[in-house]
Ligand binder design. Structure first.
Ligand SMILES: *Cc1c(COP(=O)(O)O)cnc(C)c1O
Length: 384
């Protein structure tokens, strides 16, 4: 079914472009991963406004498909999701923000407790609360951002400390450093260390795998997978064919077309010089919309043979020319037949063969950053 839900926050007349979010693809991706990890369960990581696709719509679609466990990064995201998903289990990855335990309890948000200080704060808040205090424990196995050390966790899981905990941990988890690089020995070390931690509390469900982790060895899966990026169409197996469906398409209009002569430059700082007569299309999108300035194509970059940013116009890939500016992008469309394009026609910046990962690589960043930065100026159209 192809029912559209339009975002009323941006009126179409004012939009600089249209961001299409295919909720059917999102749900299909979640189902595919759930099948792959079975008999483990599959959660959905919907932090950062569901990776830029919209927490409300993405959360509702996933919950309707049967996803009952979500991970957000910060409490405000949890509160917003709770309003749409009254019965879901919601974990807050960044832990228990100091002073906010009451808020977590009021909205039934489960903190992913990652330090002894957070555990103490949670225990103190529970004393007075009518709540079982379900929370996750994060064990660090190498990321060194959040989480209890293996030694802290081991001492916490000793019989006496466990009895004194005052709440029953509902999940024990850790996070991969580079699961997208399956041959790196750090993966095996993290899998081994987490298995050791987990052996100290075999009765608590465990979770280790993010999107790419799901595609590592079977012993990375445990009881609950935590994919984010792959749900939204990112490739969890870089360098191999993407098993996921596209979710996001970004179309922006061509504002103007012009012909420039040999030696003329395009854009700020005169970084791109026409190597002959060229036809330039100017697109209505820029870094203010979250398209990275790293997509800039200078003469040096063009000549270096490095991958350069592209747009699909009239079915053909066309290279960027010059700086990505705040609200505009210039593209060399000399390769198209003259009557193939006119102002108002769409240029595709993401989707229809231009993958998130490729867009990221061509702009010196990663697909994750492309997705999560896509701004609010686009009209969002949800398809399901
Ligand atoms: C963001 C995040 C995930 C999801 O990672 P993807 O690579 O997007 O699948 C899982 N676990 C933790 C702890 C995270 O921070």
């Amino acid at each position: 079914m192809l029912e559209e839900v339009r975002n009323p926050a941006v009126s179409p007349e004012r939009a600089s472009g249209v961001l299409e979010i295919n909720l059917e693809g999102l749900v299909a991706n979640w189902r595919q991963l759930r099948k792959r990890v079975a008999p483990a369960a599959c959660a959905a990581v919907v932090k950062a406004d569901a990776y830029g696709t919209g927490l409300t719509e993405a959360g509702k679609a996933l919950a309707a498909a049967g996803c009952d466990t979500f991970f957000v990064a910060v409490p405000s995201e949890g509160v917003a999701l709770r309003a749409k998903c009254p019965s879901a289990t919601i974990y807050v990855l960044n832990g228990l923000a100091m002073g906010l335990a009451e808020l977590y309890l009021a909205h039934r948000l489960r903190p992913v407790l990652g330090s002894l200080a957070e555990i103490r704060e949670w225990q103190a808040a529970l004393g007075a609360a009518d709540n079982d205090g379900s929370a996750a424990l994060h064990v660090d196995t190498g990321m060194n951002r959040l989480g209890l050390s293996l030694a802290e966790f081991a001492s916490l899981m000793s019989a006496s400390s466990k009895a004194a905990l005052g709440f029953a941990p509902s999940l024990v988890m850790s996070h991969f450093v580079m699961a997208d690089n399956p041959d790196h020995p750090l993966n095996a070390r993290q899998i081994r260390d987490f298995a050791q931690a987990r052996a100290l509390c075999p009765d608590i469900p465990a979770s280790l795998a993010n999107s790419s982790g799901i595609f590592l060895a079977r012993d990375a899966r445990h009881d609950l997978a935590r994919p984010g990026y792959a749900l939204f169409g990112g490739n969890p197996t870089p360098g191999r064919e993407n098993p996921m469906r596209d979710v996001v398409t970004l179309k922006v209009p061509i504002v103007q077309l012009r012909v420039i002569q040999n030696g003329e430059t395009v854009g700020y700082d005169a970084q791109w010089t026409a190597p002959g007569q060229r036809r330039i299309a100017t697109l209505s999108a820029g870094y203010a919309d979250g398209y990275p300035r790293g997509g800039t194509v200078t003469d040096a970059r063009r000549e270096s043979g490095a991958p350069i940013a592209e747009a699909i116009i009239a079915g053909k890939r066309c290279p960027f020319a010059g700086r990505v500016s705040m609200d505009l992008i210039t593209v060399d469309v000399t390769g198209l037949p003259e009557d193939a394009v006119k102002p108002g026609d769409p240029a595709i910046l993401i989707g229809e063969g231009l993958s998130l990962d490729e867009v990221g690589q061509r702009a010196d960043t990663i697909g994750y950053e492309i997705l999560t930065r896509l701004g609010r100026r686009f009209e969002r159209v949800y398809r399901r």
